[in-house]
Write a protein that binds this ligand. Structure first.
Ligand SMILES: C[C@@](CO)(OP(=O)(O)O)[C@H](O)COP(=O)(O)OP(=O)(O)OC[C@H]1O[C@@H](n2ccc(N)nc2=O)[C@H](O)[C@@H]1O
Ligand SMILES: Nc1ncnc2c1ncn2[C@@H]1O[C@H](COP(=O)(O)OP(=O)(O)O)[C@@H](O)[C@H]1O
Length: 284
């Protein structure tokens, strides 16, 4: 048996440039992985079957699971006839804007590459990842990256200055597709992606907080007022910059002082079930 960690991501920026002819949106976004992980296990089966096991009732155990789809694609492309058993110890909240499913798919590609000793490069794994979902290529390496195109064109950039990331997810799930459907590019307050890259280069913590911006936030907040309530609680507890991640509904803040991170965590714990204090991760 072999193990892989599948970390969650947060969006530091998310800009939508336009809707494309293929139905996807052209994006410009900065994402970073954090140390909130699903723990995955992989085992070879003698017969040609893909088995997915998870105790989390929100995680599909069939072909709808992104890890299943990654295994199916990997086996087909590599001509592997043995089966595989995939265990998912789910720690990342589901349908949260934290790319949990995408990260499980990416970890499956990395894991099967080791399990079957196929020696694919990161670039080859990213090319496979793109066939599964827009966020999956980012999750192959993680770290802090600028993602363009529909999310698959990646450039590594400077990581976050050292800080805590306090994450809170209201008890609702959001469909990414439903959020993108409501995008109106003309009505948006677009992030300054270049200014965020420069703030990261300079390791300017206040600059990073000032540039946090996600054009999908007003859309999802409009559907679920709980998100605005969590943002308000974080801000009242002294959070310097608060942002929704991805299509939501998860909200996070960046904090330098441990005592402040604890204060924000405590102010939210009674209010919503999924609250975490984590750190940003470097790329693998
Ligand atoms: C919003 C973001 C930000 O990181 O993440 P999440 O909130 O899902 O974590 C991503 O763009 C989500 O990526 P991902 O969840 O992989 O999306 P996909 O499975 O490829 O697409 C789901 C649906 O979202 C819409 N979609 C997705 C990506 C994109 N650039 N344009 C789109 O319009 C499409 O309607 C698509 O059918
Ligand atoms: N391995 C997986 N973990 C979680 N959700 C999954 C997985 N595979 C497929 N899904 C489905 O994908 C949807 C989006 O889940 P997730 O990837 O957690 O959210 P997001 O794209 O918002 O970050 C869920 O509704 C779930 O049914």
């Amino acid at each position: 048996m072999l193990f892989e960690k599948a970390p969650a991501k947060i969006n530091l920026t998310l800009d939508v440039l336009h809707k494309r002819d293929d139905g996807y949106h052209e994006v410009n976004m900065i994402m970073t992985t954090v140390d909130l992980y699903d723990r995955m296990s992989f085992e070879v089966l003698d017969h040609d079957e893909i088995v997915v096991e998870s105790e989390n009732r929100f995680v599909p155990d069939n072909e709808h699971n992104l890890a299943y789809q990654a295994a199916q694609l990997f086996k087909r492309k590599q001509g592997i006839t043995q089966g595989v058993k995939i265990g998912i110890d789910k720690q990342i909240p589901v349908a949260a804007g934290l790319a949990g499913g995408s990260s499980d798919a990416a970890a499956t590609l990395r894991g099967l590459n080791r399990l079957f000793e196929t020696n694919l490069t990161y670039e080859q794994l990213e090319a496979l990842a793109e066939e599964i979902g827009s966020d999956v290529p980012f999750c192959i390496k993680g770290g802090t990256q600028l993602a363009q195109g529909r999310g698959e064109k990646l450039t590594s950039i400077s990581q976050l200055p050292p800080c805590y990331v306090v994450i809170a997810k209201p008890n609702i799930g959001v469909s990414t597709k439903d959020v993108y459907k409501q995008v109106d590019v003309a009505q948006m307050n677009h992030p300054d992606t270049q200014a965020m890259i420069e703030a990261l280069d300079a390791q300017d913590f206040d600059g990073v907080c000032n540039q946090l911006n996600n054009v999908l936030e007003p859309i999802t907040v409009n559907m679920h007022e709980e998100i605005a309530q969590i943002k308000e609680r974080m801000e009242k507890a002294g959070a310097p910059g608060v942002l929704m991640s991805g299509s939501g509904p998860t909200v996070y803040t960046l904090v330098q002082q441990e005592a402040k991170a604890e204060r924000i965590y405590n102010s939210l714990k009674g209010f919503c079930h999924d609250v975490y204090v984590v750190h940003a991760l470097r790329s693998s």
